[in-house]
Design a protein around this ligand. Structure first.
Ligand code: HPA
Length: 270
């Protein structure tokens, strides 16, 4: 893997992706952040050597480099999911590349279902901790110790200082920002009522199909990380309605301006 990482990073450096400070993974509900970035370079994922091969629906995935709030950022427009058939190493390869290019901080967004019923759809949740329910680890491969500590510490995977800053920005701007535990499942099917009950019992406040692999690898690489979920549906097992993907996307869009404020102000503060 080391050889692949070097080759891919070299390609991007030649393309002008020079010394980014911050990496951003744009999930559902943060795409419009791109309108705030002075874009200097962009490359489609399918042109980047060693990047996971794009699926049909994923042809518009792009890596973007530019200025945001006076900082050099590298942005993943679109991410890879386990449910698309990629391996956990595929899903997290871009994080290793961003680190190789120089980022010290990784900011992540995603869409998630609210397990904690005090949280409402359209609101945001700062991820304070997580539960990995994806059945494996992105660090479970031969040679992982050549890239970092195999037995990566997970006592505080989300940076306390970044989280405190997010919370104070939310307060200043009157944005509801809950804090809680994100559980990652494989998907792509949504959960059953029994699964939502289980998730609540084990301590999850939100559930989604991404983010945890990227966070584990970011910790493997000693990056500072923070992540925010936009809550797109309320997972009440006693009143569960059939899933409506259009509704989920609409709720994500509703929260987008708040998400953009949080990310921009946080980057400004760094
Ligand atoms: N479950 C899993 N992933 C999700 C959900 C959900 O309810 N909502 C948005 N992503």
């Amino acid at each position: 893997m080391l050889k692949y990482i070097e080759e891919t990073a070299e390609y991007l450096e030649e393309k002008g992706f020079k010394s980014p400070e911050i990496g951003i993974i744009l999930g559902t509900g943060l795409g419009q952040l791109l309108n705030h970035i002075e874009i200097l370079k962009e490359v489609s994922y399918n042109h980047i050597p060693n990047f996971p091969t794009a699926t049909v629906e994923f042809h518009k995935g792009k890596l973007i480099y530019g200025n945001l709030e006076g900082k050099k950022v590298i942005v993943m427009q679109g991410r890879f999911h386990l449910y698309e058939g990629y391996t956990l190493q595929d899903v997290t390869f871009p994080v290793r590349i961003m680190e190789k290019l120089g980022i010290k901080t990784l900011l992540v967004s995603n869409a998630a279902g609210a397990i904690n019923l005090n949280f409402k759809k359209g609101e945001l949740m700062l991820i304070d901790d997580h539960i990995n329910l994806q059945g494996s680890s992105p660090l479970a491969f031969k040679g992982v110790s050549l890239l970092g500590e195999r037995f990566t510490d997970m006592s505080a995977p989300y940076d306390k200082k970044l989280n405190n800053t997010f919370e104070s920005i939310a307060k200043t701007h009157n944005i509801t920002l809950h804090k809680g535990v994100y559980a990652s499942v494989v998907g792509p099917q949504l959960e059953t009522r029994a699964e939502y009950r289980m998730l609540k019992i084990i301590g999850a406040d939100a559930v989604g199909m991404s983010t945890v692999p990227e966070i584990i690898v970011a910790n493997h690489l000693n990056l500072k990380v923070a992540a925010v979920s936009v809550l797109t549906d309320e997972c009440d097992p006693d009143n569960l309605e059939p899933v409506n993907i259009d509704d989920i996307i609409a709720n994500a869009a509703k929260a987008e301006p708040n998400m953009i404020t949080l990310f921009k102000e946080l980057i400004n503060s760094l």
